[in-house]
Design a protein around this ligand. Structure first.
Ligand code: ATP
Ligand code: MG
Length: 804
């Protein structure tokens, strides 16, 4: 059965059916770009007989990739397997794993996360005697990252810089690359840089992928950086069947090297390219779309688009003027409860903010009100100390050359290997050109080191050596390594509350291993590639062989060969078994902040606007609509900076399907400082007729342009004399109910009999699950939640919590 294209409008259908030659789909938010891309893949595979492995689709996040794979799977069935749907980074990892030797790495290379890279750069700066007060590590790392994204290797970069910071960065960059290579490690930017270099300098590798990927598709193309752009160009050269979709109005990652020109110049780069414009928005109600259009119209640097909808106008955009950030959080919580009461699911609601720091207050208010929520980004489980320790051990088992990991845990748990010994080993390694682990091995016979220390080092080496011999069930392997390392035992001996929490986190980590094992069937598609064993069409498959895709000598011996389930003339497919340790490590390393949205459970999503790209929700709240916060202070002096912030506002507004609420606070405490800022210009750019303003601080709102409103006035208009305003704010039923509840009035539904809690009680919370009481403090209790790995302070009467 052919794919049903009748659910697409005319230009969408054209974009799906125009499969040959370059194609640019340039369209506004919610016009179906991602949907078109998905249908196009289904159409190619299902109707045109294109083999899934001939398709490469690039998404912005791993989560988006997963969704796209699922969606295509729904349309075409199991054939979708074998298709490469991934982010640029994941794609580069695959390409690099297959041919790492060509670049002087081994296949089991480690991927350094931000914390690892930071530690390494810090070390190098110390070694080079660079003063971090004069040359902040952030600035140095920023420059190096920029260089990598521009595909400049150290020599190129060094030749191109003239400023003092750049010159220092160039020195660090050079050493950094040597050290990374020595550790058989790549950082995030390296994945793209080396991915590019591999394709660029190894024609047989490039040729194999070019021959293979007959169809390339890239979503969110407006946010590609130079490296991604060049990689795409290289791959698309042969067949030129490249489709990119994007929206210049949604380019929001220029601070990370994204280059809007990539989309604007597409027609120039690919002469003869077809352009499809999509103008109908299917996502949002009329008022929301009009608001978005009105805001973005203030940008000068853009391709003007005309986005319309057939949907009714819907409700006006609600603007709530809060007195402060607590009032703001309370109001949002109340409103959410009201919507929920009306039947909207929590999962269909989201709260966006400009910076992560703003989430804390919202979180606080949600906890009190019992609103279930999840935070995307924010708490980074994998960055916790104990989890990093576990990861370091696992990494060392796979890649003993990883010096950063080795130094991290040689004395974790404490074995009596002190700083002096570590420095001594470091020096030995440097002088003799060894890895840190090799230097540690040598030290076993080094009589200048104390016997006790030598034995401690031996113990550490033993953990790693033995770990490499374990096999079988992945969870058991991980458990055995943690056990052998003595991580849990040491924490248990410590016996403090904090140590107890860390143990729980490590146990939670084992849950992550299970999750990996459970989901690796889904992720299989990520690891499939054609092999040469039975080559149906000599030339193409032979070329693939040249790319080394058929090799099965992975470090953990985890590769096996099996025939593609679908057969149909497709070459057999090589699959890296998902249950191997290297795969687990890679899977964890490639998880980004943007991916941590878990599907399970009904909860409101809290995230930065940056993380919200591509998503949609019935009801969206954007908090902190104040000058200096949004647009952020940093960007306000620079017209280009303000334009990017405005695109961010456009992204935020266009995530909403049915309802949009914007809030601002006349006074806000953030980063420990109290500020008074005027209402964001982006609120004023929404025409009066589309919005309704309520709230404590609303008295000072109308008729006063942001540019005229003095900051002092903002507070006068809200705080003391705004009695009317306050009443106005309370006129929202949910708001007042919420406030009454929060104020702790017995009349607002305080339970008649009060549960008594004592330290040690096991409790269960609606959102956070199981935990135990660690402290009782009047009306409040402190609970450590196992899953969260954190202690939360809760009000006994209001938190949705029961004794179990
Ligand atoms: P963004 O710019 O935010 O990434 P987009 O252009 O990728 O948005 P999609 O996410 O593909 O847009 O589509 C937005 C919504 O509109 C989705 O819910 C999608 O299912 C729906 N949609 C798109 N096209 C149609 C159509 N022809 N008929 C019905 N619904 C559609
Ligand atoms: Mg999209």
């Amino acid at each position: 059965m052919p794919i049903d294209l009748s659910t697409l409008n005319e230009p969408q259908r054209q974009a799906v059916e125009r499969t040959e030659g370059p194609l640019l789909v340039l369209a506004g938010a919610g016009s179906g770009k991602t949907r078109v891309l998905t249908y196009r893949i289904a159409h190619l595979v299902n109707d045109l007989g294109v083999a899934p492995w001939e398709i490469l689709a690039i998404t912005f996040t791993n989560k988006a990739a997963k969704e796209m794979r699922e969606r295509v799977g729904q349309l075409v069935g199991p054939r979708a397997r074998g298709m490469w749907v991934s982010t640029f980074h994941s794609m580069c990892v695959r390409i690099l794993r297959a041919d790492a030797e060509r670049l002087g790495f081994t296949r089991s290379f480690t991927i350094y996360d931000d914390a690892d890279s930071n530690r390494l750069v810090k070390e190098i700066m110390a070694q080079l005697d660079i003063d971090p007060r004069r040359f902040p590590i952030r600035a140095i790392r920023g420059r190096i990252s920029e260089a990598k994204n521009e595909l400049k290797v150290p020599a190129d970069f060094s030749a191109s810089v003239v400023d003092p910071v750049g010159k220092v960065a160039a020195r660090v960059y050079e050493v950094l690359q040597q050290r990374l290579r020595g550790a058989n490690a790549l950082d995030f930017d390296d994945l793209l840089l080396y991915g590019f270099l591999l394709l660029k300098h190894h024609p047989e590798v490039l040729e194999a992928y070019r021959a293979r990927f007959r169809y390339l598709m890239v979503d969110e193309y407006q946010d590609t950086n130079h490296a991604q752009y060049q990689i795409t160009r290289l791959l698309a050269e042969k067949h030129r069947n490249i489709m990119v979709v994007g929206d210049d109005d949604q380019s929001i990652y220029s601070w990370r090297g994204a280059d809007l020109r990539n989309i604007l110049d597409f027609e120039h780069d690919y002469p003869g390219c077809a352009v499809v414009k999509l103008e109908q928005n299917y996502r949002s109600m009329g008022n929301i779309l009009k608001a978005a259009n009105a805001v973005i119209a203030n940008n000068a640097e853009r391709k003007v688009k005309n986005l319309f909808t057939d949907q009714p106008d819907g409700e006006p955009i609600k603007v709530y003027a809060a007195s402060d950030e607590r009032d703001e959080g309370r109001w949002v919580a109340g409103r959410i409860e009201q919507r929920h009461g009306e039947g909207m699911s929590y999962a269909q609601m989201a709260v966006f903010y400009r910076t992560n720091a703003q989430s804390r207050m919202i979180e606080d208010m949600f906890l009190r009100a019992g609103v279930p929520y999840r935070i995307v980004g924010g708490t980074r489980f994998f960055e916790r100390q104990e989890i990093s320790d576990v990861m370091a051990y696992l990494t060392l088992v796979v890649n003993p050359a990883d010096d950063i990991a080795a130094k991290r845990v040689i004395n974790v748990p404490r074995r009596g290997v002190g700083k002096t010994t570590v420095e001594y080993l470091e020096a030995q390694a440097r002088e003799q050109g060894l890895t840190f682990m090799e230097a540690a091995e040598m030290a076993q016979a080094d009589m200048t080191i104390r016997a006790a220390t030598r034995s401690a080092i031996g113990e550490f080496l033993g953990v790693v050596r033995e770990g490499a011999t374990y096999s079988g069930d992945l969870r058991k392997v991980v458990e055995a390594i943690i056990d052998k390392a003595g991580l849990i035992a040491a924490l248990e001996r410590e016996g403090t509350e904090e140590a107890f929490g860390r143990v729980e986190n490590i146990k939670e980590f084992l849950g992550v291993v299970d999750e990996f094992a459970d989901t690796h069937t889904d992720d299989d598609a990520l690891f499939e590639a054609p092999t040469v064993t039975a080559s149906p069409s000599g030339e193409a498959a032979g070329a693939v062989a040249g790319a080394g895709l058929s090799a099965t000598g992975d470090a953990a011996g985890a590769a096996d060969v099996r025939a593609d389930a679908e057969g149909e003339g497709a070459p057999p497919v090589r699959v890296l078994r998902g249950d191997s340790l290297p795969d687990l490590i890679e899977w964890i390393r490639l998880r980004t902040d943007l991916d941590s949205v878990s599907e399970d459970g009904q909860a409101v999503t809290l995230m930065t606007i940056h993380a919200s790209k591509g998503l949609e929700f019935d009801c969206v709240f954007v908090v902190g609509m104040e000058e200096s916060l949004f647009p952020s202070m940093r960007t306000m002096q620079d017209p280009a900076g303000v334009e990017e912030e405005r695109r961010l506002a456009y992204v935020a507004i266009t995530r909403a399907r049915r309802q949009l609420c914007l809030t601002y606070a006349t006074q806000r405490t953030l980063y420990g400082q109290t500020q008074v800022n005027p209402v964001s210009r982006f609120v004023h750019e929404i025409p009066d007729g589309l919005r309704s303003v309520t709230g404590v601080g609303s008295a000072g709102f109308s008729g006063t342009g942001w540019e005229k409103r003095g900051s002092r006035r903002g507070i006068a208009g809200s705080g003391t004399e705004a009695g009317g305003g306050r009443v106005y704010g309370r006129s929202s039923a949910a708001g007042s109910a919420q406030r009454a509840r929060d104020a702790g009035g017995a009349q607002a539904g305080r339970p008649a009999t009060r549960t008594q809690f004592a330290v040690g009680d096991a409790v269960s919370h609606k959102t956070f699950g199981a935990g135990h009481v660690t402290k009782v403090e009047g009306d409040a209790i402190h609970v450590r939640f196992s899953k969260l790995g954190q202690v939360k302070k809760l009000l006994v009467d209001y938190a949705p919590i029961v004794k179990v």
